[in-house]
Design a protein around this ligand. Structure first.
Ligand SMILES: *Cc1c(COP(=O)(O)O)cnc(C)c1O
Length: 402
């Protein structure tokens, strides 16, 4: 088997498209004027920012003045959740609803709010990794301030019933935020028709630059600022505009949205070929998250009797970049909160592998993954006392009862 470089970690970040960089280049070089300055030299930058805002609004179904550029998805999540909660607290509403498998940018913000006196209900996401709207309805209280449910999960790729949640929240007069960082540029997102009040996105998850994102905030909803200082972003988010980043975000979004109809079925077909192939070639392997209600590029599998960390290291030796549901490298022995939330036992969650594809993943890349991953899993199992025990117990179960 010829070694090959395969980047299969597109949920972590994506490659900046050369065509996007090209659009950014003038603002990193000659056109360095400050968009807020009054002289003509700053005007080009100012126009680039406002044109980008218009394009983002058109692609995501909102108004240009509902788009606020930020430093990324984490800032947008922090801003939305923290300030929406505080705004509602002033009206005596201090109950927050979210899910057990949100990104840490949301979960940790909720934890901070809990220390400030808010109460938090985390909805279960069940074995398929999907929230049930009826359970959200039951969880709503008189004093519910905010519902925050992610559009698509970053580990298992499951898509949530966002339009239904939006409709319910609008009906009940409760604010609704969605972390759509994994969804924007990958699946259709419509801010207005889905009744979303607040939406977070990040450019580097759809082949744009890192360090640029946006919060979409419904007109009339005046959240307090997270960043204080200058009057940029209509006085709502201080800091000199990241002109190149904003231009890059809009260009990457244009590229992703205009190609979605063509790319999405191709990507889904590659994803399913990889899932079917891997499930067929490894015993004791399961797919995590709903098979159909998932992002076109997401694969998340658990291999029993395998340690996720070892799997990643071995795959790295074969040139494959992937991710795992086990978090030992980050200093914690706990497996991913997402995999635990869908009910995986610890030892199964530890043997998880996330492969996330993009439109740049080729059929040859898929072939290589189909060859390499099962071989690496077999090799690791040969050395695993855990696997030995699983096999032994299987044999025992197969023995005829005398
Ligand atoms: C990546 C990610 C974030 C954080 O976005 P950054 O731009 O890296 O700060 C937030 N939520 C989800 C679901 C993500 O995948």
């Amino acid at each position: 088997m010829e070694k090959r470089f395969v980047y299969a970690d597109n949920a972590a970040t994506t490659r900046l498209l050369p065509s996007v960089l090209e659009k950014m280049m003038p603002y990193l070089t000659e056109e360095y004027g400050n968009p807020s300055s009054l002289y003509a030299f700053g005007q080009t930058a100012r126009e680039a920012v406002s044109e980008s805002r218009l394009h983002v609004a058109q692609r995501l179904g909102c108004l240009p003045n509902e788009v606020f550029f930020t430093s990324g998805g984490s800032e947008a999540d922090n801003w939305a959740v923290r300030m929406a909660a505080r705004q509602q607290a002033a009206k005596g509403k201090t109950h927050l609803i979210s899910t057990a498998f949100e990104h840490h940018a949301v979960l940790h913000t909720l934890r901070t709010l809990e220390r400030e006196g808010f109460t938090v209900t985390l909805l279960p996401v069940h074995e398929n990794g999907v929230v049930r709207v009826e359970e959200l309805r039951d969880a709503l209280q008189e004093d519910t301030a905010l519902v925050t449910v992610m559009f698509a999960n970053n580990e298992i790729g499951t898509l949530q019933p966002i339009a239904d949640i939006g409709a319910l929240c609008r009906e009940k007069g409760v604010l609704f935020h969605t972390d759509a960082v994994q969804a924007v540029g990958h699946v259709p997102v419509d801010f207005s028709s889905m009744n979303i009040d607040l939406l977070s996105l990040s450019a580097h998850k759809f082949h744009g630059p890192k360090g640029t994102g946006a919060l979409l905030c419904r007109k009339g909803l005046r959240l307090a600022n997270l960043m204080e200082g200058g009057a940029q972003e209509n006085g709502r988010r201080a800091g000199t505009e990241n002109t190149a980043g904003i231009v890059g975000l809009a260009a990457a979004l244009e590229h992703a949205c205009s190609g979605m109809e063509r790319n999405s079925p191709l990507l889904t077909a590659r994803r399913d070929r990889l899932i079917q192939g891997l499930l067929a070639s490894s015993p004791r392997c399961r797919l995590n998250g709903d098979a159909d209600r998932r992002l076109p590029g997401n694969i998340n599998l658990s291999f029993e009797g395998v340690e996720g960390e070892s799997l990643l290291l071995m795959l790295d030796m074969w040139g494959i970049c992937a991710s795992s549901g086990s978090a030992c490298t980050s200093g914690s022995l706990d497996p991913s909160h997402v995999l635990l939330a869908i009910g995986l036992p610890h030892e199964v969650a530890h043997g998880s592998l996330r492969l996330t594809l993009s439109e740049e993943t080729s059929d040859a890349d898929i072939d290589y993954l189909l060859e390499t991953v099962p071989a690496v899993v077999r090799r690791l199992r040969e050395m695993s006392p855990l696997w030995e025990r699983i096999v032994r117990e299987d044999d025992k179960a197969d023995m005829p009862i005398s």
